[in-house]
Design a protein around this ligand. Structure first.
Ligand code: PMP
Length: 409
């Protein structure tokens, strides 16, 4: 059991008032709040250890280098990667996927090849593949959604007959919360000879990610969705791929030898980490992982599931609310529209009550188009939210619904 009062004490922002109302922060799918432990780790790095890494031989530089490489080892343990060299620090999920799409594309995609992704993806796991296919002449195939908002696994199976080079799929939908059967998808993709990239942006609080047990080839996530600093993230890649893939960003720190006309690349992981890294951010990300580990992902996940369930049931009971999708397994997010109200207005009116939710297309326009929508209101609780906060949301939605006739449709 999580000690809620103690946990909330780690997040002073949760006691903020907005528009004269206590903040009810239910936009954790967009970004999470940051506990004091992470703030302190970032501050300590800047206050006591600030120096560039891997370049200096002075004390602070050596200390900072050790701290960043310790963070890499920590992240490797956290994901159960075979070696720290398989952990690349990025600015977030988007950068990680772009890196793979460009580099894997350059190394392995040719005209006649196929990449498979899905209709459920965040734009960050769709557009990089559109672009990679455009550049290389490979074909992009899309797995569609069922009416419940799950992947059409029959279609997935059929597409594997094309023997794709790569399958890029999200673990959890950022709009519907649908939990995809990634173990099954990875097994089928591997049988067809495809590498698999997992977009784990929405999944890191939902389950323990063991990249060796999963046997995924790449996995990306963002620090800020697990309480880390913005502008941090991790790309895990199997060494066998990373070794064969070319760097896509060039500059300091990633080279072996440089002449005026040519260069050779450094070892993993530095080959992919050109330029000065987000050093304090990486330290903060490792502190966020420590915080997750201290609370326990199974405990966090159970608490978030219970809050989400309460939210979904409550929303379904409000006349005029249409909840998007009905997947068998939902984690992290539930989205809805209120009849007679534009989703922006619903969210704006909730904001007036101090309730922070997201509205719009959630960077998943193909998914919304499949549902015949242009947007929705999304509720994404985290373990530090209370039942009372979820009830405040439900009362808020009821209050919006009671505004006679709606605003506009
Ligand atoms: N994929 C998914 C499933 C997401 O939810 C998000 C963030 N909304 C991203 C990718 C992109 O993450 P970031 O903006 O941190 O790069």
């Amino acid at each position: 059991m999580l000690e809620l009062e103690q946990i909330r004490g780690d997040f002073p922002i949760l006691n903020t008032q907005v528009h004269g109302q206590p903040l009810v922060y239910l936009d954790n799918g967009a970004t999470m709040q940051v506990p004091v432990q992470v703030l302190r780790a970032v501050e300590e790095q800047y206050a006591h250890w600030q120096a560039n890494i891997h370049r200096g031989i002075h004390y602070l530089s050596e200390q900072s280098t050790v701290r960043v490489e310790e963070a890499r080892k920590h992240l490797a343990r956290f994901l159960n990667a075979a070696a720290p060299e398989e952990i690349l620090f990025t600015s977030g999920t988007t950068e990680g996927i772009n890196l793979v799409a460009r580099s894997f594309g350059e190394a392995f995609l040719h005209p006649g090849d196929t990449v498979v992704t899905t209709e459920m993806e965040h734009h960050s796991n769709l557009i990089p593949w559109q672009e990679a296919c455009r550049r290389t002449g490979a074909a992009l195939e899309i797995v569609h959604l069922t009416d419940r908002g799950e992947l059409d696994t029959e279609e997935f199976r059929r597409l594997m007959a094309l023997r794709p080079k790569l399958v890029a799929v999200t673990c959890v939908s950022n709009v519907l919360g649908t939990v995809n059967p990634v173990e099954e998808l990875i097994a089928q993709a591997h049988q067809a000879g495809a590498a698999v990239l997992l977009d784990a942006a929405q999944a890191m609080r939902h389950r323990v990610m063991d990249v060796q047990a999963l046997d995924c080839d790449f996995l990306c996530f963002s620090g800020h969705k697990i309480m880390g600093p913005t502008g941090t993230g991790v790309l895990y890649g199997k060494r066998k791929w990373l070794e064969q893939m070319p760097p896509v960003r060039f500059g300091g720190g990633m080279v072996d030898e440089v002449t005026a006309r040519s260069a050779t690349w450094g070892e993993l992981p530095f080959k992919f980490e050109a330029g000065t890294q987000n050093i304090a951010g990486i330290i903060g990300l490792a502190a966020a992982v420590s915080y997750l580990e201290k609370l326990g992902i199974p405990e966090i996940s159970a608490r978030e599931d219970a809050l989400l369930c309460r939210g979904e049931e409550g929303l379904r009971a409000i006349p005029g609310v249409e909840v998007l999708g009905s997947p068998a397994r939902r984690a992290g997010a539930v989205s809805f529209n209120l009849k007679g109200f534009h989703y922006y207005d619903t969210a704006r009116l909730l904001d007036q009550l101090g309730i922070a939710v997201r509205s719009g297309h959630h960077c998943a326009q193909p998914l919304l188009a499949r549902l015949g929508l242009t947007g929705a209101v999304r509720v994404t609780p985290a373990f530090y939210n209370t039942e009372e906060e979820m009830d405040a949301l439900l009362r808020g939605v009821e209050r919006v619904a009671s505004l006679a006739g709606g605003l506009r449709t």
